[in-house]
Structure formats: structure tokens, C-alpha cells
Design a protein around this ligand. Structure first.
Ligand code: SF4
Ligand code: SF4
Length: 551
């Protein structure tokens, strides 16, 4: 195996013997093969669409195949093999679609090779061998670091975008142009002979498409659950039976809340589900009692201690300990071998597991935090915020957020947030916020100094907030007193970064380390064009950002 798609990749260069995330070599090879199979489907689907023919089943399968290969989603070789066998059938359907479209148009179909000609091996071992042959290392040797690295950057951007598009699709929002882009980009990646310029243009287009997808997901969330409102969320347990819901899928949470109503079970959010408490149609449930724990990398300790059932809706899952393997269940595309998976939206097994577990014996002393500062809530007080800036009460805005992870270097983000001066406001989102969201930041004239914008996909909301501030000040986003200090971990963060680059956002700081797949030459292009920089120390970065560094 060779995998360097996430920030915790071994030695900062690549996981080769076993994934630091827990992915074994066989699973890694099957995932590589699934991406290859998705390219084969896209080769036909792209050409069919150009002739006016499309098939939703083909479109959706490509999304789900890519999302299944995102870090910490699907660790189950059996499910991956099923997906691969299904991929071949979908590819055949796409081929027929293309050939029929050619016939209708009086055209001779192209004879497609490479991924389009792939057929799955008969058994698991041979499938794994097929995956092994696709090693990224071979491509790096053949095409060089710049080209192979940019191909991976595009692939990871597509994987992240697929995750958001899948969330939006689940809530009924789909976009034909988005499907068309997936097919076009995968078709492009399916052949060789790429140039740096072409790849850079495509990664920025991926950022553009991802902005559209995140906008669509934002609309899907707010239409379905209402606009998030500032809401106090209890972060200490209450007595009683309990279910903990982790991942990112708000629809799963909504369905579970409906199914648990009146059953004597309290529901808690974990990780990226925290923002759910701000949505009117979710917070109306009295048994959605609070948030438990922190970011994904602490789950093995937290799930162990949680005396109830756990539902993992999407990433990020870690190897479950035996102590809770019988009371964690997965849904959607997330999977772990031996863990019960719910495919049909019937969460009765989760409720049973919760009722069989001890539950919390007593109420812990109440503590709370506030969430729900989406673009709607912040824009409604934009005048107040603008006045505070004009009067000098607010000096600067920091967006400190992104994915969290296990590396010690991530304490940078806690220290930075703590050291941000009292006359500055911090916007935060995604699970990186757990580094500091339980600290007391106070307020500036009634405006909270810490504004929790939401999940990682709510980067869209943060962009809208920045756009409204820019409009109010009559300037561009890059001219605002706003600095982005981002943490990244996996491919959702990659596509968000591409969106910010597409928008021309400059001077971002990125950490805790830079992606291994970005070669020195490509990094130079990003630095020259966008002045993107690695984080250094909280003191040095604050001094540079606030202009207080010694000359
Ligand atoms: S996803 Fe990350 S940790 Fe897992 S194998 Fe790939 S690079 Fe390694
Ligand atoms: S923000 Fe990223 S790292 Fe955090 S839970 Fe979501 S996908 Fe995982």
C-alpha cells in the first residue's frame, strides 16, 4: 500500500506498511481500485452526457464510491469488495448508455481502454492484487512529484466534494452540473499526459464546484431544519439511558430523534454533530439533551466511557475497542468489520443497545457552551459588528478552525485562540474547535468573542459571513481585518481549501503540517499566487497578523 491522502500520514511522507488511521494494506488496495473503477465509470458517463444521455444511478454511485475512500470512512474489505463488484455493473450500464447515445447520434463509439476496460478479479486476493498495481508510488516514479501530486490533490478534492454532495443528495439536493464535473475530472485523470497548468486549473474548478455543493448543502440543511440560531448546549451528562450520535449526517440524527421520542432514551451529539443543536427543527426535541466528548481522535476513550449506544453516521470512525464494539453501530457509508451496519434507516438496534446499557447514573453539574452562529444569525447582527469595528471595539477577526487530529503540534490552535487579544473575535468551525470551544472568551459589547459557525461544510457559512462583512465595509474579503488560520486532516478539508483558493483568498495559514502530496514546486506556485503559509508559533503568527512584529 501507499497512502498519503491525510495529514497524519506516516512520517509525513506516506503510509506503506499499515495506515496510521488503522487502514490495513488490503483495504487500502481495494480503495485504490475503487477510485480506479470510478474513473472507468466516469469515462463512459462523461462521453454519454456530452451526447445528452445520463443516468442518476451512475451519477450517485460515483459520489458514493469516492466518499467511501475518504479517510476514516470505510475500513471494511467485505463492503469494499461489494462496492467494487457493483462498480463493474455500473460501468457496464454507463457503457451501454454511451453506446446507445452514440447510436442515436449516428456516431461511432470510442474504444476506451484503461479504467474503462477494467473487469474485477474473481476473488478477493486477486482484487487486492489489482489494487496493488495502481500504487501511487509508481505514478510518482513515472510522472514525477509535481504531476502525480497534483493528480492526487485533484482526486482528494473530488473525494471531499463527493462527501458534501452525498450529504446534500441525502437531503434531496442534486445538481447535474456537479455530476458532470465529477465525470469530466475523473475522465481527465483516467489517462496520462497531464500538464501542471491543466491540473492547477482543474483543482481550482474543483474548488468552484465544491463551493456550489456546500451552498447546496447549506440550503438543504436550512430548508429542512431551519436556520441555526445561537443556542446554549449542555456539555455534561444527565441521568438516564443514552445514545451518542457522531459523524456529520443531520438527517440520520433527525430520524433517530423521531424514532427515540417517548422511548426514555436521551440523545447526545458527538464531534461534528454538535452544530445540530442550533437548528430549530432538531433542537425542538427535548430528549436531545446535550453534547458529549470532543473531536474524533478522542473517541476510543470517550466511547469507552459513554454508558450507552453509539451511532457513527459518517467519518471519522476509529478502530472500536472491544469494550464498546457491541454497542457502536454504523450507518451511511461508514463501516468497520464486525460492527453492525444499519442500511435502512431503522435505528431500532441502536435503541435496543442503549436500553441494554447502563446509562448515566446521575446528573452531572450543568455546564454549557453556545453554538449556532451560521451566516443567517451573524448577518442579522452585521450592523452591530460593523459599528464595533468602526468604533475600534473589534480590531480583528480570526477564523480558527478545520479538522482536528491527534498530533501534539495541534496544541498550536488552543494556544493561538487563548492568545488572541481581547479586542478580537474568533470564528470557528469543524472539529478543530474542540481545541478551545469550552474556554470562556467573553464578549465585546454583547457580541460573543467566539462564534461557532458549525460543521466543516459550514465553511460555506463562514464565506457568506466574510462576504457580508466585505460588502458592509465596501471592500474585498482579502482587505477585511480577517485572518484564516486553518487546520486540516482529511479530504473534506482539501476541497474546502480548494474553494478558498478558487475565491482568491490570500494569506491563509495552514497546519499542523503541509500536505505530503503537494510537491515543493506546486507549493511555490501556491505561495506565489495565494501567499499561503505554514503555521509557525502562535506568538509569531499573531504578531505578523496584527502587525505588532518587531521590525
Ligand atoms: S488515510 Fe491517512 S493515515 Fe490512513 S493510510 Fe492514508 S495517509 Fe495513512
Ligand atoms: S471535520 Fe474532518 S476530521 Fe473532523 S470529524 Fe469532520 S471529517 Fe473528521
Amino acid at each position: 500500500m501507499f497512502c498519503f491522502q491525510c495529514e497524519q500520514t506516516a512520517k509525513g511522507t506516506g503510509c506503506t506498511a499499515h495506515g496510521v488511521c488503522g487502514k490495513d494494506p488490503e483495504t487500502a488496495d481495494l480503495q485504490d481500485l475503487l477510485v480506479y473503477a470510478a474513473k472507468g465509470i466516469a469515462m463512459y458517463a462523461h462521453r454519454a452526457r456530452q451526447l445528452g444521455a445520463k443516468d442518476r444511478a451512475v451519477d450517485v454511485f460515483v459520489l458514493e464510491a469516492l466518499f467511501s475512500t475518504v479517510t476514516n470512512v470505510n475500513f471494511d474489505p467485505e463492503r469494499l469488495e461489494q462496492l467494487l463488484r457493483c462498480a463493474h455493473q455500473v460501468k457496464e450500464a454507463a457503457r451501454q448508455l454511451y453506446e446507445q447515445a452514440c447510436k442515436k447520434a449516428g456516431k461511432q463509439p470510442e474504444a476506451l481502454g484503461g479504467p474503462a476496460a477494467w473487469t474485477p478479479a474473481d476473488n478477493t486476493d486477486d482484487l487486492i492484487r489489482q489494487g496493488e498495481e495502481l500504487s501511487i508510488e509508481n505514478r510518482i516514479n513515472e510522472r514525477g512529484q509535481d504531476i502525480a501530486g497534483l493528480e492526487e490533490l485533484l482526486t482528494y478534492g473530488l473525494k471531499g466534494t463527493a462527501a458534501y454532495a452525498d450529504h446534500a443528495m441525502i437531503l434531496g439536493r442534486e445538481d447535474d452540473e456537479v455530476y458532470a464535473f465529477f465525470h469530466e475530472a475523473l475522465d481527465y485523470l483516467a489517462v496520462d499526459g497531464h500538464t501542471v497548468a491543466e491540473l492547477l486549473a482543474l483543482v481550482l474548478r474543483c474548488g468552484e464546484v465544491n463551493l456550489k455543493v456546500m451552498g447546496s448543502l447549506d440550503a438543504a440543511h436550512t430548508e429542512t431544519f431551519g436556520h441555526p440560531e445561537p443556542t446554549s448546549v449542555r456539555i455534561t451528562p444527565v441521568k438516564g439511558k443514552a445514545i451518542l450520535v457522531s459523524g456529520h449526517d443531520l438527517k440520520d440524527l433527525a430520524v433517530l430523534l423521531e424514532q427515540t421520542e417517548g422511548k426514555g432514551v436521551n440523545v447526545y451529539t458527538h464531534g461534528e454533530m454538535l452544530p445540530a443543536h442550533g437548528y430549530p427543527k432538531l433542537k425542538k426535541y427535548k430528549h436531545l439533551v446535550g453534547n458529549y466528548g470532543g473531536a474524533w481522535q478522542d473517541q476510543r476513550k470517550e466511547f469507552d466511557e459513554f454508558p450507552g449506544a453509539i451511532l457513527m453516521t459518517t467519518n471519522c470512525i476509529q478502530r472500536p475497542k472491544d469494550s464498546y464494539k457491541g454497542r457502536i453501530l454504523t450507518g451511511g457509508l461508514v463501516a468497520w468489520p464486525g460492527v453492525t451496519h444499519i442500511d435502512d434507516g431503522d435505528f431500532a438496534p441502536v435503541i435496543e443497545a442503549a436500553l441494554s446499557a447502563d446509562g448515566f447514573a446521575r446528573d452531572e453539574p450543568e455546564k454549557s457552551i453556545t453554538v449556532g452562529f451560521g451566516h443567517h444569525a451573524v448577518s442579522s447582527v452585521a450592523d452591530k459588528v460593523v459599528d464595533a469595528v468602526k468604533q475600534g471595539a473589534i480590531r480583528h477577526f480570526f477564523l480558527i478552525g478545520g479538522c482536528d487530529g491527534a498530533k501534539p503540534g495541534r496544541s498550536y490552535y488552543t494556544e493561538l485562540a487563548e492568545k488572541v487579544p481581547d479586542d478580537c473575535v474568533i470564528l470557528t468551525l469543524a472539529c478543530g474547535k474542540y481545541r478551545f470551544n469550552k474556554l470562556n472568551f467573553g464578549d465585546i459589547g454583547g457580541i460573543p468573542r467566539l462564534l461557532d459557525v458549525g460543521q466543516c461544510n459550514d465553511a460555506y457559512s463562514a464565506i457568506q459571513i466574510a462576504a457580508s462583512l466585505a460588502e458592509a465595509f465596501g471592500c474585498g474579503v482579502n482587505d477585511l481585518p480577517l485572518s484564516l488560520v486553518l487546520s486540516w486532516y482529511e479530504q473534506k478539508a482539501v476541497c474546502i481549501l480548494l474553494t478558498l483558493l478558487h475565491l482568491g483568498i490570500r494569506n491563509m495559514r495552514l497546519g499542523p503540517s503541509l500536505p505530503a502530496f503537494v510537491s515543493p514546486n506546486v507549493l511555490k506556485v501556491l505561495v506565489d499566487k495565494f501567499n499561503i503559509a505554514p503555521i509557525s508559533t502562535p506568538d509569531a503568527d499573531l504578531a505578523t497578523i496584527l502587525g505588532t512584529a518587531a521590525a
